[in-house]
Design a protein around this ligand. Structure first.
Ligand code: PMP
Length: 430
């Protein structure tokens, strides 16, 4: 594969943009090499500026669950832009969006639109602190909730990938208010609440972790957290920025039947436009300005073009059977990966939840952060590059979930597995 144009662009980018990218994980830092620059995207494919084509399992890190450039989303955007790009005054699409979210996710009795997942989680935490009058929050090692100061403590995603799980620049006085737990550790959560339960404003969790590879909750774990929060007067926040509308139409809370007090969304909800949202119990959401005193605002929040894209996307994912088909694709893909790895003599375990999956270079089951980080990342890196050379783009980090879209049909899965058979042989060769 030729990458001359990408290489030239990356050199220009590095001179002016930190690390050459506008979001760290894109830079291929942990897998090595250089990122390709995208010219266009369509269906399950990305096309780079050198004319190479890749089957894409990143999907813009989650939003593109119907494949890239879906005609219904594109047409909705085209229609919306004829009426102007931003009003800074209310529009009908915002109301339709609020009606749609509250219908699809019943725990959200009210909702506020923002512009990213980061904004959604920041706002939810402020609301939790304001509503409870408490300051401490609890998060889980390896979970990523955007780059708000309170969350950059033992965080996943790019922070884990780059080996800086706690960021400089976060005041100690603030990070001290963030306690961390091990995901799927029942006893640790019980103990923490015994120790400081009365001071905890909220527990925030990725109900299925997608930022430390892909880790599903153990049976009863989310309910255990629900019970602890209820008993100790803390709020439970599900960060469904990744899982929302992906692992099931109603998100992880529908899949596992656990009701959080607040939820945060992003990615799919904007159909590829910069959108986030947070919502939850009415008595809590009514404390947000201007209904109540807890302040949160946004110049571009509820943007008409973004709402049009998001509504078109939510319409598509609401089609009957949409998530069942996606789950079947994800399972077929993961089973194929495991079979191909076994043929090549490579130890591989997979996790699949709805349209999310994780590949672990180990032969044991993985559902904790400690197990995820103990996997063979060098083997992953070799596999990543061998796949890329064969036209398959996986997330450029061993600590990110993979995403399947409805554009990934049987032929595309077969092509992926054909590439994987060769790529596992490369892993073995070292
Ligand atoms: N929460 C989760 C679970 C995420 O995966 C992400 C981003 N990957 C965020 C929050 C932050 O969203 P954004 O990048 O849109 O700010």
């Amino acid at each position: 594969m030729n990458h001359d144009r990408s290489h030239a662009l990356f050199n220009r980018a590095k001179a002016l943009i930190p690390g050459g990218v506008n979001s760290p994980v894109r830079a291929f830092k942990s897998v090595g090499g250089e990122p390709f620059f995208v010219q266009r995207a369509d269906g399950a494919y990305l096309y780079d500026v050198d004319g190479n084509r890749y089957i894409d399992y990143v999907g813009s890190w989650g939003p593109m669950i119907t494949g890239h450039n879906h005609p219904k989303v594109r047409e909705a955007v085209e229609r919306a832009i004829r009426d102007g790009l931003s009003y800074g005054a209310p529009c009908a699409a915002e109301v339709t969006m609020a009606e749609t979210i509250t219908r699809l996710v019943p725990s959200c009795e009210m909702v506020r639109m923002v512009n990213s997942g980061t904004e959604a989680t920041l706002s939810a935490i402020r609301l939790a602190r304001g509503a409870t009058g408490r300051q401490r929050i609890v998060k889980f090692e390896g979970c990523y909730h955007g780059h708000g100061d309170s969350f950059l403590v033992k965080a996943g995603s790019g922070m884990l990938t780059l080996g800086v799980p706690t960021s400089p620049g976060v005041p100690a006085g603030l990070s001290e208010l963030t306690a961390t737990l091990s995901y799927n550790d029942f006893e640790g959560a019980t103990q923490l609440f015994e120790d400081i339960g009365g001071e905890v404003a909220a527990v925030i969790i990725e109900p299925v972790v997608g930022n430390a590879n892909c880790l599903p909750p153990r049976e009863g774990y989310l309910q255990h957290l629900r019970d602890l929060c209820t008993r100790h007067g803390a709020l439970l926040i599900f960060d469904e920025v990744m899982t929302g509308f992906r692992v099931a139409l109603g998100g992880a809370q529908a899949l596992y039947g656990v009701v959080p007090d607040l939820s945060t969304f992003g990615k799919i909800i904007g159909g590829g436009m910069p959108v986030g949202a947070y919502g939850g119990r009415r008595d809590l959401m009514e404390q947000i300005a201007p209904a109540g005193p807890i302040y949160q605002a946004g110049t571009l929040s509820g943007n008409p073009v973004a709402m049009a894209a998001g509504l078109a996307m939510l319409d598509l994912v609401s089609e009957p059977g949409f998530h069942d088909r996606l789950s079947a694709t994800t399972v077929a893909l993961c089973e194929g990966f495991v079979a191909a790895a076994r043929e090549a003599g490579v130890a591989l375990t997979t996790n699949a939840v709805g349209a999310m999956f994780g590949l672990f270079f180990t032969d044991s089951k993985v559902d904790t952060y400690a197990q995820a980080v103990a996997c063979d990342t060098a083997a992953f890196n070799r596999f990543f590059h061998a796949m890329l050379e064969r036209g398959v783009y996986l997330a450029p980090s061993a600590f990110e979930a993979g995403f399947v879209s409805s554009a990934h049909d049987d032929a595309i899965v077969d092509a992926t597995l054909a590439a994987a058979r060769e790529a596992f042989a490369v892993v073995v060769a070292g």
